[in-house]
Write a protein that binds this ligand. Sequence first.
Ligand SMILES: *[C@@H]1O[C@H](CO)[C@@H](O)[C@H](O)[C@H]1NC(C)=O
Ligand SMILES: *[C@@H]1O[C@H](CO)[C@@H](O)[C@H](O)[C@H]1NC(C)=O
Ligand SMILES: *[C@@H]1O[C@H](CO)[C@@H](O)[C@H](O)[C@H]1NC(C)=O
Ligand SMILES: *[C@@H]1O[C@H](CO)[C@@H](O)[C@H](O)[C@H]1NC(C)=O
Length: 478
Amino acid sequence: MFQLQFGFKTGTFVSFLVILAAYFYKRQTNDSDVLRNRLNNVLSGLLRAERQVALGSEPKVAVGFGACLDVIGDAVDVLEKLGARSPDLPEHFNELESQEDLEKVFAYFFRHGAAAERYIKNITLFMHLVQATRDVKNSREKLGGNAPMMATRFHMEGCKVLLGGKLSQQLRKQIAPEILVAGGDVETDDIHVALEYKKGDVWGNYVTPRSNRFFFHNDHNNPFLTSLEQFSQDVALFAPALLVIGGLQMLDNFPFTKGKRRSRLRKLHGLLTSTPRETRIHFEMASFAEQECLEEVVDSVVRHVDSLGMNEQELPNLHGVLTNGSITLISDAYPRIATTLDHMRAVYSILSRPADGQHGLTRLHVHTLAYQAIMTAKSSAWKHSMSAAAKAALTANRYTCGSDYIEAEKARILMDQSFSTSHVKGSKRIHFEPNNPVSCWDEPGVEICVAPVLVCTKVVQTGGGGDNVSSAGLVLQI
Ligand SMILES: *[C@@H]1O[C@H](CO)[C@@H](O)[C@H](O)[C@H]1NC(C)=O
Ligand SMILES: *[C@@H]1O[C@H](CO)[C@@H](O)[C@H](O)[C@H]1NC(C)=O
Ligand SMILES: *[C@@H]1O[C@H](CO)[C@@H](O)[C@H](O)[C@H]1NC(C)=O
Ligand SMILES: *[C@@H]1O[C@H](CO)[C@@H](O)[C@H](O)[C@H]1NC(C)=O
C-alpha cells in the first residue's frame, strides 16, 4: 500500500514535471517566435516605407567642410598599448594636454557610452596616440570627416555632389571621381583618431553601456575652414538644391588667436545668408564642449539654416545653450521618446521664426540608438517624412552592422509597445505597430514621424554613422 502510494505520488510528480517542462519549453519557443515575428514585420515594414519613394532626377547637393584621414582602433587595446591607466575619477577638461587628461576625459564619456570628439593640444601625445592606434590589431585607416562621409553618401544615393575641403592627392583617390571638390590640395591630411568600443567593453572600473566611439584630433587645416572661399564661389555657380554644413566641431577648443574663430564663422554666415531661399540649408550638429564656441556657431549658423540633424547627446546640448545658456556635456544615452520630442519642440519653436526672407528652421532630425525622429513644418517643401525616417532607421543598422543586407538575427528593437509623445500631462500615447512601424502624426504647424531602429547586436563600426544616417534621411526629402 505504502509502496503503491509512493509509486503513484512519484508518477504524478514526474508527469507534473514533464508538463511543466513542456509548458516552459513551449512558452520559450512561443516568446522567441513572437519576438522574431515582430522583428521581421518591423523590418519588412521599414523596407516597404523606404521603397515608397524614388529619388528625383539627380538633385544637386553641396557639402562642407573639411576632410581627414581616420585612424581607427579598438579603444581598450589602444589605451593598453599607450600604457594608459583607467582613472579613479573621470573628469572633463576642455584642454587635453597630458596622457592623464586623456585618460580622465575618455573615461568620462566611455562610462556613459556617449559619443565625443576632442582636440588634443599636445602634439607629442597626439602622435603617440596615432602610433598606438596604428599598432593595435584590427587597426584601420580611411577617408574621414563629416563632409566627405556625407558627400559620399549623397553620391551613392544618386545626387550630383560638390564637396568643400582641402585634401591630399592620396585621400582624393578615395573619393568618387564624379564628386567635385572645391578647396585645393594639402600636403599632409589632418588625422582623426577614432577609438571604437562595444557595449560591455571593460576599461579598469568602467563598463560601457553601449557601443560608441571617441574621436581625438590635432587638426591644422580644418579648424580654419580653409576651403570656405573656394567653396563659396563654386556653390554660387553650382546652385544646389541642398547645401549641407558639418565639421564645425573642429573649431571647438582650438587655440585660435583672438577673434579668428569668430571671423571665420562670420564669413560662413555670409555664405548662408547670401544663399537663395530655394537652396535649402542643413547643418549637422556635433559634439561641442566649449560654450563660447557653441554660442558663436548658434548665432552664425544654427539660426540661419532650414534643417538640423543631431544625436541624443547633441540635442540636450543645443537645447541647453538656447534656453539657459549652458553646455550639457553628457546626457542619457537611451532617452525616452517623450523627452526627445519635448526637447525637439522647444528647439523648433525657438529656431523656426526667421526674419523676413531669411532661412529658418522647418526640419529637425534627431537620431538615437533606438529610434529616429523627424519633425517638419507642414507648410514646408520637405517631402516624404515617413520614408525618410524609415530610410534613416535602416541606414543606422546597415552602417553599424557593416552590411547592406539586414539580418533580423543580428538586430533587436528597443522601442516599447507604445510610447507617450510628451511628458506634459494628458499627452497622446501612440501604439507601436510592427506592421506599420513608422508612426507619423500632426501637431500644430508640424508633422512628426518616429521610426524604430533595428539595433545592430554585432557592431562593426559606429564612427561616421551619424553622417550616413542624416544624409540618408535628407536625400528623400529634397
Ligand atoms: C503559444 O501559446 C499559446 C497559449 O499561450 C497557444 O495557444 C499556442 O498554440 C502556442 N503557439 C505555438 C506556436 O506554440
Ligand atoms: C605632452 O605629452 C608627452 C607624451 O605623453 C608628455 O611627456 C608631456 O609631458 C606632455 N606635455 C605636457 C605639457 O603635458
Ligand atoms: C556610409 O557612408 C560611407 C561613405 O561615406 C560608405 O562608404 C558606406 O558604404 C556607407 N554605409 C552605409 C551602410 O550606408
Ligand atoms: C539647462 O538645460 C539643460 C538641457 O535642457 C538641462 O539639462 C540643464 O539642467 C539646464 N541647466 C540649468 C542651469 O538650468
